[in-house]
Design a protein around this ligand. Structure first.
Ligand code: BGC
Length: 734
């Protein structure tokens, strides 16, 4: 976020005119409360939708039938700087109060969780990162920005860039997977997409990177739990995506719920001030997570709300989401000197700067005509990009005897109730879609005139219907396409799981079909890596479909019939069985690497290898890597190799570059992703591919949090996934 001199002056002049109360108001984010109809808060209602207690349709019904209290008087009195919401008409009404009826006319930030699209819901982040397509990731974010702004939202609680190495944590679905490098590129693309197109104030929003920091490393994958890690792990693994986001100009960040090495992130001045603001250069503001300031009392770090608020603002937490602790207590803390005016002014300046940068003072309102257009239909361009993203994010995990692609004219049997569940394609944190826009897998197959019978049989939370199972077994086709996986409410916030195998009786259904000698192809719909050892062993083919968004059905259908050739790769490692988690490819070197001999680092009752490694994904064609050479230049290593399409179809391969620092002053990972590129080849075609490895990327953070480049031997790997690679060595003097 860059402000001009005039804009900086504007902020300073405005600050000079503000009363203490008006300043504190700017640091308060309010949410509407629900009145009448039912007795719960809006936040809880959103929670019920997110965790599956109510469907999107029920949510929409409740929301339209009840009244909401938007606390207009508080806005009028200048007590509110930001609100949460996605109602366009209301957005204009509230902005009008803020702009025309407050003493200083400061517009509101209107924030909302637009994590992977608003009306046009595109693939969940863990899926989309697997497209390894930065340009596409940027495009989907820019669609989200435009749609948000059209609905009055000017501040998106995205991107979520928590590097996640434990699939038991439900929120793995919301972020770009387990790798810091891929997550950093994802973060950069998302910030550019959300904030980059400033040609009109209709095109961009302020991004809010989250959750800062270490939230995903919660103990045992249990959401909201404690996080303990070394300085070098924090700097090498969890911080890089945030650094990338700040380099790309991210306007704001959300502090995480967890404590990090004993200090809750909400009141952690080391992470908020020293790292995020001073070192990474955030010149926008930090917001707490929902109710998190109050939760510092539960953490046992503050004796009451007043102290929690003082600790938070002093630590650099600029805006309070949802507790009103700043509003109720900061003024007396300022008066009694526990919080200084300088600290307060700095926080207020940061919030005002984002408002100025967004152009809210010039254009606080939205054009309600645009909403009428959206209400009729989503723009075709948005649908097309959404479909492309779904097609490029799905991953072919197994294809025995090249059973895929299917012949469209040959009849098959479709099973699994998820196949006919339109809303489920959207995944967790999809709060603005309309069911009519969602293409289920069954609908997608119908759209392509496929020849199939359908028996739902069972789903993640419904038991087997034996007459439907019998019908599927007795059907005349020997090919079964089984859509299995998780409900969207089974991943996302507060959805940690100890058991990662297919939920309910889905595996039993697959086993019954196999016993009847059917050839079973699984299409997975899920928000986290599942333990797929049994499925890998027994099924003919597997497509990882994640929650691919509203075009999921059309994308899956294109892949099943070969209208597209799958090119997605896994952004995270898949276990064979539950107990392997946390499981990730870039673990540090041990003294006893896993092997068949007993006294090595492994489990004695699981395979040594993961079920599917990071970066893995097949194609309907095959690729061969050979002739790896390394050439050193003063600033880089040019990594060159030959890639050939050795199959019968055109295809796109994501070539991946990994390094290993063989001897270093601290133990380093066995492999680290440092580059990737997508290469498209015709059958029989070969290409010499060069990836440039910048030498400045070959260092690491030591235990003091300092970035160091150490001379010595490096291994350089290239390949189509993190396991199957060519390798060469090079000695580097920096
Ligand atoms: C989540 C955040 C989200 C916020 C506002 C919290 O419960 O952790 O990711 O942005 O709610 O909805």
């Amino acid at each position: 976020m860059k402000l001009t001199k005039e804009q900086i002056n504007f902020v300073n002049n405005l600050l000079n005119k503000m009363t203490l109360e008006e300043k504190i108001g700017q640091l308060t984010q309010d949410s509407p409360s629900i009145v009448g109809g039912f007795d719960i808060s809006f936040d809880e209602l959103v929670e019920m939708l997110t965790d599956g207690r109510i469907s999107q349709t029920e949510f929409n019904k409740k929301i339209t039938n009840v009244k909401r209290d938007y606390h207009e008087d508080d806005i009028r009195n200048g007590f509110v700087g930001a609100v949460m919401g996605n109602d366009p008409k209301k957005a204009n009404e509230l902005q009008k109060i803020a702009v025309e009826e407050t003493r200083l006319g400061i517009p509101l930030l209107i924030g909302f969780d637009v994590i992977h699209g608003l009306r046009t819901v595109y693939p969940i982040a863990i899926a989309e990162a697997g497209s390894f397509d930065d340009e596409l990731m940027q495009k989907t974010a820019s669609i989200a920005a435009k749609e948000s702004r059209a609905y009055g939202i000017n501040w998106n609680f995205a991107p979520m860039i928590d590097v996640a190495r434990d699939s038991r944590w439900g929120r793995v679905s919301e972020g770009p997977g387990e790798d810091p490098y891929l997550s950093s590129r994802f973060a950069t693309a998302k910030i550019k997409g959300l904030q980059g197109d400033q040609s009109s104030s209709n095109n961009y929003v302020a991004a809010c990177t989250k959750h800062f920091v270490g939230y995903s490393a919660c103990e045992g994958g249990r959401d909201y739990n404690t996080t303990t890690m070394s300085t070098n792990t924090l700097f090498n693994v969890y911080l890089p995506p945030f650094k990338a986001a700040m380099n790309a100009g991210a306007c704001s960040a959300m502090a995480a719920f967890n404590d990090l090495n004993g200090i809750p992130c909400t009141v952690n001045s080391y992470t908020l001030r020293n790292i995020l603001k001073d070192e990474f250069g955030l010149n926008g503001f930090v917001v707490s997570d929902a109710n998190a300031i109050k939760e510092c009392v539960n953490h046992g770090i503050a004796e009451n709300d007043i102290v929690a608020g003082e600790m938070a603002i002093n630590a650099g937490l600029d805006m309070d989401m949802g507790t009103r602790i700043y509003l109720n207590h900061l003024a007396s803390s300022i008066k009694n000197g526990t919080v200084s005016m300088d600290v307060l002014d700095d926080a207020v300046k940061r919030v005002l700067s984002v408002k100025v940068w967004l152009g809210l003072f010039e254009n606080p309102y939205i054009d309600e005509k645009i909403i009428e257009q959206y209400d009729c239909a989503i723009p075709k361009e948005h649908i097309n990009i959404c479909k492309e993203s779904a097609e490029k994010s799905l991953v072919l995990l197994k294809n025995e005897e090249n059973i895929l692609p299917l012949d469209k004219n040959k009849k098959f049997t479709l099973v699994g109730s998820l196949a006919d569940s339109p809303d489920e394609v959207t995944g967790s944190w999809a709060l603005g879609f309309k069911s009519k826009d969602c293409v289920s897998i069954k609908k997608g197959l119908e759209n392509s005139n496929a020849n199939f019978d359908y028996y739902p049989i069972c789903g993640p939370n419904t038991s087997i219907n034996s007459s439907e199972l019998d019908s599927a077994i007795n059907s005349d086709s020997d090919i079964i396409v089984a859509v299995v996986g998780e409900l969207k409410s089974m991943s996302g916030e507060a959805s940690s799981k100890a058991n990662l195998i297919l939920p309910g009786q889905q595996r039993e259904m697959l086993a019954s079909l196999l016993r009847a000698n059917k050839k079973v192809i699984a299409i997975l719909m899920n928000g986290r890596p599942l333990a797929l050892g049994w499925e890998k062993e027994n099924l003919k083919a597997i497509i990882e479909g994640w929650h691919l968004g509203i075009q999921m059905g059309n994308a899956i259908s294109s892949a099943l019939f070969g209208d597209i050739n799958p090119s997605g790769k896994l952004s995270c490692t898949f276990p064979s069985v539950n107990g392997q988690e946390p499981l990730y490819y870039n673990h540090t070197s041990t003294g006893r690497p896993a092997s068949n001999s007993k006294f090595t680092s492994k489990y004695v009752d699981t395979p040594l290898e993961p079920c599917f490694p990071f970066g893995y994904g097949l194609s309907y064609t095959t690729f061969k890597y050979d002739s790896l050479t390394l050439k050193e230049t003063p600033s880089s290593v040019n990594v060159t190799f030959n890639l050939s399409n050795t199959g019968k179809r055109p295809g796109t391969e994501t070539v991946q570059l990994y390094i290993q620092d063989v001897t270093a002053s601290i133990v380093r990972p066995i492999k680290e992703l440092k580059g990737y590129k997508k290469v498209s080849l015709q059958p029989g075609e070969s290409q010499t591919v060069t990836l440039t490895l910048d030498k400045s990327e070959m260092g690491f953070y030591n235990n003091m949090g300092q970035y160091v480049l150490e001379n010595g031997l490096f291994k350089i790997y290239v390949g189509g996934n993190s396991k199957d690679t060519l390798v060469s060595k090079i000695n580097i003097n920096f």
